[in-house]
Design a protein around this ligand. Structure first.
Ligand code: AMP
Length: 490
C-alpha cells in the first residue's frame, strides 16, 4: 500500500516524499483512513511504529480541508521530550502548508507559549500540567471553543505518571463534540476505562495484540555481577560492540555515577534525567544527536519521546522492573524500518524481572559473554554508594568543618584575650573587657552583628560560600568556618 492510496492532501503527500518514507507503516495504514473519515480511534502502538504520523497526518488533512484561524487540534503527551518530538514531526509534515503548531511544556518560560495561544495556532501539543497552568491564568487566553480533535499520545504513560486528574481537568474545558484519537502502548484496565469514557464507537487497532518492540531489533542479554556492570559496559564500548548508545539506569543517582565513571574512563557522555533542567536536557540530547558525545545516560523518564535517527544501540544498564518499560526503551532503537541492537546487562538479582519481560515478549533472549573480559576481577570503583554511606560521609564532613571552626574560634579568643591582657597591663583597658572577648565560650551575651545572614558555623552549605564569614552567634561560637582552605587568621 502506498501513501497516495490513503486519500491525504497533496501537500502532506509531498512532505512524506520529502522525508523519504517509502510506504506507510502498519499503524499508519490502519489508522489514517479511519481517522481521516472522522472516526474515533483506540490504537495500541509502540514508539518506533510510526504512530506520530499515524495521528498527525489525518489531523493535518482535516485542518487543511477548511482552514480557519483557531486552535482546532490538541495533542496531550506525557513528557516534554515527547511533546517536542511530536511538534518537530508536525513541522516536517506541515512544511508545505500554512498550518502551525506549538509545543507547550514546563521548564521553560510561559511568555512565548502564551503568545502561541493568543495567535491561535492550529495544533497545540502539550503536557497536561503546563497546559493546566495556562488554562488557569487570569488573562484567559486559551481558547479551545473551536477544538475539533483531541489526541492522547502514550496515554498509559500519562496515567503511570499520575496525570489522570490533570487530564480530566483539561477534558472538562474541551468541547464534548469532537474526534478523539487515543494512542497507548499498553492497555491496562485504567486505560481501557478511560478510553470507554472518552471514545465513541472507536475503530480499534492492534488492541488485542500484545505489545511488542518494533521489528528489526536484535535483543541480547549480557549477564554480569552488579559490581562489574560499569566495567563491562566500558569494555563493550571500547571493543566497539556498542557504538553510539542510550544507556538507561534505574535511578538518577546511578545515572550520575555512571556518567562520572564514563568520564573517568575518557568516554564522552551526557546525562538526562528528571533532576536536570530543561536547558540541560535539551543540550544533552543535542550533543548526543550531533555526535559530540557517544553515550547518553538516561533514566526511564526520557525513554519515550526521544527520537534519534540511526541510533545503533540501547543498553539497559539495569533490567527495567516492568515489561512495558523494557519494550519502550528497546523501541528507542530500530525506528520504523531501521535495525538496531538492544542490550540488557543483567545481574543475578535481576533474573526475576527478566523472566517477566521474556514472558511478555514471548521468547527467551540470547545470552552473550564478552571474550577477554575478566568476569571475576574486583572493580576499582563502586558504582552505587549506598544511601546510608552517603549520609555518613556528609555527617563526617560536617563534623570536620565544625571542629575546624571551633579550633579557629579558640585561636581567635586566645588572641583577643592576650591582646586584652596586654592592654590592661599598659593601663589602657579600663573600659571593661575588650570587645573581641565578648563571645568567648560560655559568654551569654549576643555578640555584635549576629543573626543577619544564613551562615552557621559548621554548616556545609556555607563552608564554601562567598568568602566564608558567618555572622557571630549567641553563645560565642562566633565566625563561620572561614575561607575555604584558609588557615584561619591568628
Ligand atoms: P514514532 O512516531 O515515535 O513511532 O517514530 C517513528 C519513526 O519512524 C520516526 O523517526 C519517523 O520519522 C519514522 N517514520 C514514521 N513513519 C515512517 C514511514 N512510513 N517510513 C519510514 N519511517 C517512518
Amino acid at each position: 500500500m502506498s501513501f497516495e492510496s490513503l486519500g491525504l492532501d497533496p501537500a502532506l503527500l509531498r512532505a512524506v516524499r520529502d522525508l523519504g518514507w517509502p510506504k506507510p507503516t502498519d499503524i499508519q495504514r490502519d489508522a489514517i483512513p479511519a481517522a481521516r473519515d472522522g472516526r474515533d480511534l483506540l490504537a495500541c502502538a509502540m514508539t518506533g511504529s510510526g504512530k506520530t504520523a499515524a495521528f498527525l497526518l489525518p489531523v493535518l488533512h482535516r485542518l487543511l480541508d477548511a482552514p480557519t484561524r483557531a486552535t482546532r487540534a490538541l495533542v496531550l503527551a506525557p513528557t516534554r521530550e515527547l511533546a517536542a518530538q511530536v511538534h518537530a514531526d508536525l513541522v516536517d509534515l506541515a512544511r508545505h502548508t500554512s498550518l502551525r503548531g506549538a509545543a507547550i511544556f514546563g521548564g521553560v518560560g510561559m511568555g512565548p507559549q502564551e503568545q502561541a495561544f493568543r495567535q491561535q495556532v492550529d495544533v497545540v501539543i502539550a503536557t497536561p500540567g503546563r497546559l493546566l497552568d495556562h488554562l488557569s491564568q487570569p488573562g484567559r487566553y486559551v481558547d479551545f471553543r473551536a477544538l475539533e480533535v483531541l489526541v492522547l499520545d502514550e496515554a498509559d504513560r500519562m496515567l503511570d505518571m499520575g496525570f489522570l486528574p490533570d487530564i480530566k481537568r483539561v477534558l472538562a474545558q474541551l468541547p464534548t463534540r469532537r474526534q478523539t484519537l487515543f494512542f497507548s502502548a499498553t492497555m491496562p484496565k485504567p486505560i481501557v476505562e478511560l478510553s470507554r469514557e472518552l471514545l465513541k464507537d472507536p475503530v480499534r487497532i492492534n488492541v488485542e495484540r500484545v505489545a511488542k518492540p518494533a521489528h528489526g531489533i536484535e535483543q541480547a542479554l549480557w549477564p554480569v555481577s552488579e559490581a562489574l556492570k560499569a566495567d563491562l559496559f566500558i569494555a563493550l564500548l571500547r571493543q566497539d560492540v556498542v557504538g553510539n548508545v542510550i544507556c538507561f539506569t534505574r535511578t538518577k543517582h546511578r545515572a550520575n555515577r555512571l556518567a562520572d565513571v564514563l568520564t573517568h574512563a575518557g568516554i564522552p557522555n551526557a546525562r538526562i534525567h528528571g533532576n536536570r533542567s530543561q536547558n540541560q536536557r535539551t543540550e544533552a540530547l543535542a550533543d548526543f544527536k550531533a555526535g559530540r558525545v557517544r553515550v547518553l545516560v538516561a533514566t526511564d523518564i526520557v525513554a519515550r519521546g526521544i527520537d534519534v535517527e540511526a541510533l545503533e544501540h540501547v543498553v539497559n544498564f539495569d533490567v527495567p522492573h516492568l515489561p512495558e518499560d523494557y519494550i519502550h526503551r528497546v523501541g528507542r532503537t530500530a525506528r520504523a524500518e531501521a535495525t538496531g541492537e538492544a542490550f540488557t546487562l543483567v545481574s543475578p538479582e535481576e533474573e526475576g524481572d527478566l523472566r517477566a519481560i521474556e514472558k511478555a515478549i514471548g521468547r527467551k533472549l540470547d545470552r552473550r559473554t564478552l571474550p577477554g573480559f575478566d568476569y571475576r576481577h574486583v572493580p576499582q570503583e563502586r558504582l552505587e554508594i549506598p544511601l546510608a554511606e552517603r549520609i555518613a560521609a556528609i555527617r563526617a564532613r560536617k563534623a570536620e568543618e565544625r571542629a575546624r571552626a571551633k579550633a579557629k574560634q579558640e585561636r581567635r579568643d586566645a588572641h583577643a584575650k592576650a591582646e586584652a591582657d596586654r592592654q590592661a597591663k599598659r593601663g589602657t583597658g579600663r573600659g571593661g573587657p575588650a570587645r573581641g572577648a565578648a563571645g568567648s565560650p560560655g559568654g551569654a551575651g549576643a555578640s555584635h552583628g549576629a543573626a543577619s545572614g544564613p551562615s552557621r558555623p559548621g554548616s556545609a552549605g556555607t563552608a564554601a560560600g562567598g568568602g566564608g564569614r558567618g555572622p557571630r552567634r549567641r553563645g560565642g561560637r562566633g565566625r563561620g568556618p572561614g575561607r575555604p582552605g584558609g588557615p584561619g587568621r591568628p
